[in-house]
Structure formats: C-alpha cells, structure tokens
Design a protein around this ligand. Structure first.
Ligand SMILES: Cc1ncc(COP(=O)(O)O)c(C=O)c1O
Length: 432
C-alpha cells in the first residue's frame, strides 16, 4: 500500500480507540479457558488425556500406563492387529508418508481406488468415495446432493457432522424426536409436497448406543418419496450378522440410498467414505469442497483400512465377539444399578445428573484404573450429561471384572455426592 492509501486507512480506523474488540484478547480472557485451566490443575478435566495406547484395552508392549481402556472405538481390536499394522507399514514404504495433494491432482493412489471398490462391493452398492474423515464424508454427502430449496430431516440425536454439512450448504433442517417414527411422519407431512427431502441419521447413535429403527424409517421415507442417508460410523464392523451395520441388522440395505462410514473406528484407519449409486457418488466427488480442496487420506491409513476390511469380511466372528462383549457390558452396568438401553451395540451410557456428576464419575473410574469417555455441554444439554463406556471384541473377562468393581465404587461416590448436594440445596431453600 502506498503512503496515501495507508493514511486513508488510518483516518478511517483510528488506532487505539478501544472501541473495537480484539478477537485474540477475547480468547485470552474467555471464561471457558479459565475454567478448563482450573479443572486441569485439579485433575478434573476429562478431555485430551494422554493415553499410552488409545486402542488396545490394556495397552501393548511398552505402551502400558496402567489404565484399562473402555473408551475407544477400536471395536474389533484391529488397530493393533499384526496384519493391519504390516499393511500400513507396507503402504508407507511403497508410497511414502503423505500423498501431499487432493484426489483430483496428485493424491489418488491405487489404494484409494481399491478400498473404494471393496467398500462398494461389501455393501452391494455401485460406488464409493473416500474422504479425509467420516465428518467430511457426511458433510459432503448432504451439501453435494441437497440445495436450499430442499429439506433434510435429522433425528434429534444425529451426529453433528451431518448438521454441519447441512448448515454450511444452507439446506433447511427439520428434526424429529429420537427414534420416534411417528414424529418423523409428522415432520415429513409438514413439508410442501413439491419439496425434495432426505432423512439422515446414525445407524447406531454414538453417545448412547441406541440403534435407529431403520426398517420403519426406510419404508416411511420411500412412501413419501424421500431419500434415506445412514451414517454407519459406529455400526460398520459391529452390527448385523456380517458387520455391515444397522442397515443389515434391519434388513434394509437395498432401501438405503447412501451409507457413510468412518474408517477410524472398527476399520482401524483414518478417513471416511460415502457409498451408494454411481450417479450420486459422482455428483459428490465432482462438487464437494472437502473432496476437491484437501489432501487425500495418507497411504498408511488406506493400507490399514483395506486390510481391516478384508479381515472383517473373512471373520464374521469378530463382529459377533464385539456384540457379545457389548452384552457383557450391559449386564455389568445393570448389576451396578444403571439402566442400559437394550440392543446390540457395544456402547453403553450412564446418565448422570449434570457435568459435575459426570466429572466425579470419570475421576472415580480413572482412580480405579479405568478410562471411559464423558459427554458434557456443549456436546449434550446439561440434563443429558453422560459417561460413555465402550466394549471391544478383545476385552477379557478379567478386564470386565475390573470394570465391574470400579463401577460399584463409582456408584457409591456418586450417591454420596448427590446426597451432599441435595442436603445443601435443602438447606439453601430453608434459609430463603
Ligand atoms: C456418528 C458419527 N459420524 C461421524 C463421525 C466422524 O467420524 P470421523 O472420526 O471419521 O471423522 C463420528 C465421530 O465420532 C460419529 O460418531
């Protein structure tokens, strides 16, 4: 900028007036930052804990921190499977550590194409497209196929990545009550007859492990001329006789228009995919910004996911083991006094009163050597806080027993905390 231009800028924007908020200053002073610092210092911050091994229940080799992991999505234990590790190593040796470019430039490897072909074949669909995450796959699927003149109908518990995709493309959003097919019907009937719509939801809901009633949802969506998009992030490899997910479990694979999966859970890689008709998949890859303007998945992730998919296809006993361990987890949780949502998914949530109870439960379990996840606002509403426990195919009975005794202790601690807070509330009321 020349000096005249710079002078003009200064005259319109006088420095140091103190009127304009600074975004950095705002971040520096944010209340949530101070709260997180205090919680961390007190050992009560349940996020971002460094784990010696994020996948294997008790760690492997030297990677042992004494924590038993009941909070991973490594449902089949494949992230530490010898053949999967070797496939990732071989892919890195052959192609390097990064593709350094998007699929449309230098970022397409034969590994991407092979995995797309095998995913499409696994689901009996025409085509698949791989994205750098399951999050991106969901957004791409919605933003590429729907317009601001259409509507997308979500279950109220649908994953945030689906909403994000719809919001970024300004697609009108309608929501129905969780797993309530009649509520879905009312929402569909509320749409103008000429509005194209898609119903989009999780096959297995990530937080509480509930399974969508997909048979009824597929029938209803088809009856009203809509399309059905199902996110099988937490169900691929686990639910259904051959691990194809909630669509297989409800025998409606053929009635689902598009399936999205994450490659970073049962399939032991990183990335996501959309699977469906050739035309729809092509439309997505031709228009989705998250496909076009970002580097493709790295070779190791593709090698690992491809090996994991092949293992899954040859070993239906693996999804069965994950589901069996899910049942064991439900028994334990029920024995400790919590009501678990029935079903096949190996995810169980313990509803707790509020974020303080969630952190008390988390800390108590960590003190007993057990790692689990917690969900607190903004991920869930204050009254929806929960502790999330996940079983995988390779948890042993001894490990379940350790969890059992830790949960019994935790239940007692929560009771004491509740009695104390009720006592304080009653006292406060009596002073009013
Ligand atoms: C239901 C659901 N869909 C999509 C995703 C995103 O998957 P990814 O981790 O591959 O981005 C998640 C992440 O946990 C999820 O729970």
């Amino acid at each position: 900028m020349n000096s005249a231009g710079s002078a003009r800028l200064h005259s319109r924007h006088p420095a140091g007036t103190g009127l304009r908020p600074s975004i950095i200053q705002r971040a520096t002073e944010s209340l949530s930052r101070a709260q997180v610092r205090m919680a961390r210092e007190a050992g009560l911050y349940p996020f971002g804990l460094v784990l010696a091994h994020p996948g294997a229940p008790g760690g492997t080799g030297d990677a042992k921190d004494g924590l038993l992991n009941f909070g991973s999505s490594n449902y089949l234990g494949l992230s530490t499977h010898r053949a999967v590790i070797e496939a990732a190593q071989e892919a890195t040796r052959r192609y390097g550590t990064s593709t350094t470019g998007p699929r449309l430039f230098n970022g397409t490897l034969s590994l991407h194409l092979q995995l797309e072909e095998e995913l499409a074949d696994f689901y009996g669909k025409q085509a698949a497209a791989i994205f750098h995450s399951g999050f991106a796959a969901n957004g791409a699927m919605l933003s590429a196929l729907l317009t601001p003149h259409d509507a997308v109908i979500f279950d109220r518990h649908s994953h945030i990545s689906q909403r994000d995709g719809a919001e970024s493309a300004r697609i009108p959003i309608v929501t129905f009550r969780h797993n309530d097919v009649e509520s879905l019907r009312r929402r569909i009937e509320g749409l103008p007859l000429s509005t194209a719509f898609a119903v989009c939801l999780d096959g297995v809901f990530s937080m509480d492990g509930s399974i969508a009633p997909l048979r009824q949802i597929a029938d209803m969506t088809a009856a009203y001329g809509g399309s059905l998009l199902v996110d099988e992030a937490h169900s691929v490899g686990v639910i259904g006789a051959t691990g194809r997910g909630a669509c297989e479990h409800h025998d409606c694979l053929a009635d689902v228009d598009l399936i999205s999966v994450s490659l970073s859970k049962a399939l032991a890689g990183t990335g996501g995919a959309v699977i469906g008709d050739q035309a729809a998949v092509e439309q997505i890859t031709l228009t989705a910004r998250s496909y076009i303007f970002t580097a493709s998945c790295d070779p190791a992730a593709m090698g690992a996911a491809l090996a994991a998919l092949r293992i899954l296809r040859n070993a239906p006993e693996l999804p069965a083991a994950a589901r069996r361990n899910g049942q064991r987890l439900r028994e334990i949780v029920a024995d400790c006094g919590w009501q678990a949502i029935p079903g096949d998914a190996p995810i169980v949530c313990l509803p707790v009163r509020n974020r303080i109870s969630a952190v008390i439960a988390w800390r108590s379990l960590i003190d007993c050597g057990i790692y689990v996840n917690v969900a607190v606002p903004p991920a869930v509403p204050e009254h929806g806080c929960l502790v999330r426990i996940v079983a995988t195919a390779d948890h042993s009975e001894r490990e379940f027993e350790r969890l059992h005794s830790a949960l019994l202790k935790t239940r007692q601690k929560l009771r004491k905390a509740h009695n104390y807070s009720e006592f304080r509330e009653t006292k406060a009321l009596s002073h009013q």
